[in-house]
Design a protein around this ligand. Sequence first.
Ligand code: PLP
Length: 495
Amino acid sequence: MSKKFSKTLDPDDWEGFRVQGHRMLDGMLDYLESIRARPVWQPIPGEVRESMREPLPSQGEDLDGVYRRFLESVLPYTAANAHPGFFGWVQGGGTPVGMLAEMLAAGLNANVGGRDQMPVEVERQVVRWMAELFDFPDSAGGLFVTGTSMANFIALLVARTRALGDAVREHGLAASGGAQLVAYTSEAAHGCVAQAMELAGFGRAALRMVALNERFEMDAGALELAIQADLAAGLRPFFVAATAGTVDVGAVDDLIAIGAIARRHGAWFHVDGAYGALARLSAELAPRLAGIEQADSIAFDFHKWGQVPYDAGFVLVRDGAAQQAAFAAPAAYLRRDARGLSAGSPWPCDLGPDLSRGFRALKAWFTIKVYGSERLGEAIAESCAIARYLADQVALRPALELLAPVSLNIVCFRYRGESGAADDQLNAALVADLQESGVAAPSLTTVRGRLAIRAAVVNHRTQRRDIDAMLDALQVMAAARLPAGVPAPSGPAAA
Ligand SMILES: *Cc1c(COP(=O)(O)O)cnc(C)c1O
């Protein structure tokens, strides 16, 4: 009904629009307040999926009608990471505070690529807080990005420019004069590290996947040997990416040892702390990340353990000038001045590839201000305690086995069957059963060649009863799938 927006795209009837707006706000607060009563996830019915398809609408519809469509067709069928029973992958739950901050940011419609405005100062303040948290100098650079995939890529580009100088921006990798640059990460690194090597022009073959020790951490001795071998072959080691909280099992590499090796060889020391880095907010967990304060750069996500709504990735670079050297470029239309709107250089657009950028910093700033670092750290520590509880429950049930030590918040376990491919099939079926039941949503991964049910406890809403509900449902589902006589993953053995 375009006559509702006859003069501009703002409503003609602000009063009526305001009422509608409050209805929508209340609707989302209701959703969050009662989320526990919903199924974690439910398959999208064919007709709902189909109902989304329509030709480009030439005429507008009533806002309330579109909102109702959202309530019916979108809201019930998300991937459910806001739900306390969601344990899939590594995803944060978000908070009502973050939701309100997103609304404020959208209302301002701030473009935080630069210019002299307080939204840029808000982002700079979050950068200063992160420098404080990780013991980086005041001169550190930092930037909000979509996620850690992008943050890792940016860190690699900064390291590339430091290794090859400004010439790499002009001539690309030809600037290396034929020297072949090589990077190192572990076999447990997230796939985006290899992808960053592709995107940065080095190619995956220039990335060494260092073997793991028995705790699934990068084997520091193997890293040293790999670097020695490359040096002997005339190659040039320039980048080492350790992981703080591996995506499969939550292992934390020995950051002190790996950082020392990187430094000894003059290589950039990067930490992919996508979800794990913010464990530093917890006094109890911070010692597990010892050495992270020595990193040249850290990539992490506020949208995982920081509980900030998606998306809110972040890259922190010790040498802010090096970050600027990798990205800042003169452009007539982006000219800087000492006064007016063009003041305040450097701008966020000088620190990464994005020019237009949203106000992600506001939801992180609100989250940190409203909850405080201690409370956020407690939520992180609590999710580790709940993961240990799950590991204990697995140990108590003879039909279940743990496939990796629980370092932080990820538990990889499986139903113990006869062995081999049949077991993998059974565990895959059980995870799909669980997801479709709406009771819990773990995901799958492979641990040392065996398919694992993987439960990552990231959501601040998750409680022990959610773990109990998952294990009880698993017991029922396994019983339904197993031939008579085979033990289902029943309750505690002796208890
Ligand atoms: C989640 C994750 C990533 C990717 O982060 P995105 O925010 O999804 O881009 C990278 N590394 C690790 C260890 C992760 O857990």
